[in-house]
Write a protein that binds this ligand. Structure first.
Ligand SMILES: Cc1ncc(C[n+]2csc(CCOP(=O)(O)OP(=O)(O)O)c2C)c(N)n1
Ligand SMILES: [Mg+2]
Length: 330
């Protein structure tokens, strides 16, 4: 598949935007104003944007604890995300959820939750709802390799398969669940996408650090689903650069080696793709610089918005937010 110049540039811009937002968070986190746990996906940007650009706003998505990139790739509002992380009333969950509870139903991002695998049945339920409404939209479940080790995944994937539901499972396999490598969690030689096929959901394995490969695989999977052929599972190989939770690096604590980290850093999705676009003369260095300046200006405005927004009033603490704030996706 050849993708257009405009789309190639959007893939690059999307990756840079996610990276710069998360680096902005990491830089400011030690100030102590963001009082929630923080799971960054720096290094994993290609997976999120490749899928996000293949989806429409009318498609739905849910995610997990590491959701910033998914929310932004689906078109979620950056100001509302940062305000949420700062615990402000203008946040997308009215300041009560923090980094792990993002929602923007206007663009079909139906929520992220902190309980591993919790969003599986929610995403499959959304798929059932789409099917019952005879919609041709797709429900996307962003998840990690670790979330496939919960019973909820098997029940959900089985149900999606049996009912032929329009569900796209996107598994970012970054090798780790917190500090545990796959080799101590799953039998030797198991291939995640093959295991999922064995329970009835067709799958593909893709280089999750190649945004174009991810985009193309997502388009093919979405076509399969929109044609009424049921769920599809994409395993995207990638790597988290920073600590599991927090803004720092933690290669020194012994659960992974510096060599492994450096090996994956060489596979940084952003410079690799940028170089490709420069070589193919889709844009020049000056345009890349303009792109970065534009993104940085947007990010600064969003941080200012978050910092200057008010905290929620205590009497609002138990008021519902879904209907009054987030709206409905109908
Ligand atoms: C049910 C449940 N068990 C354990 C945890 C603690 N926990 C938070 S994130 C995580 C690892 C999840 O790994 P993975 O799904 O691969 O996502 P990644 O962090 O690598 O993005 C664990 C075990 C939790 N939040 N929920
Ligand atoms: Mg993982």
């Amino acid at each position: 598949m050849t993708i257009s110049k405009a789309l190639s540039i959007e893939l690059l811009r999307g990756m840079k935007r996610i990276r710069l937002v998360e680096e902005g968070i990491a830089e400011r986190y030690p100030q102590g104003k963001m009082r929630c746990p923080m799971h960054l996906s720096i290094g994993q940007e290609a997976a999120a944007i490749g899928v996000g650009l293949a989806l429409k706003h009318s498609d739905l998505a849910v995610s997990s604890h590491r959701a910033h990139a998914h929310y932004l790739s689906k078109g979620g509002d950056l100001k509302a995300m940062l305000a949420e992380i700062y615990g402000k009333a203008t946040g997308c969950s009215s300041g009560r959820g923090g980094s792990m509870h993002l929602i923007d139903t206007k663009v079909g991002f139906m929520g992220s939750t902190a309980i591993v695998s919790n969003s599986m049945p929610v995403g499959v339920g959304l798929g059932l709802s789409l099917q019952l409404r005879k919609s041709n939209a797709v429900s996307t479940v962003f998840c990690g390799d670790g979330s496939l080790e919960e019973g909820a995944f098997y029940e959900s994937a089985n149900f999606a398969s049996v009912r032929n539901l329009p569900v796209l499972f996107i598994c970012e396999n970054n090798l780790y669940s917190v500090y545990s490598h796959l080799r101590v969690r799953q039998p030797m030689g198991r291939k995640i996408h093959k295991m999922v096929e064995a329970i009835g959901v067709p799958s593909a394995l893709v280089d999750g650090n190649d945004p174009q490969a991810v985009y193309e695989a997502a388009v093919a999977a979405i076509d399969h689903i929109r044609q009424g052929q049921g769920p599809f599972f994409l395993e995207l190989t990638t790597y988290r650069w920073r600590e599991h939770c927090g803004p720092n690096y933690d290669n020194n604590i012994g659960y992974r080696t510096e060599e492994e980290f450096q090996e994956w850093k060489q596979k940084d999705p952003i410079p690799r793709f940028e170089e490709k676009l420069l070589t193919e003369r889709m844009l020049d260095r000056l345009e890349v610089k303009d792109m970065e300046d534009e993104i940085q200006a947007e990010i600064q405005t969003a941080f200012d918005f978050a910092e200057n927004s008010p905290y929620p009033e205590s009497e609002q603490a138990f008021q519902g937010i879904f209907s009054e704030k987030a709206g409905s996706y109908e």
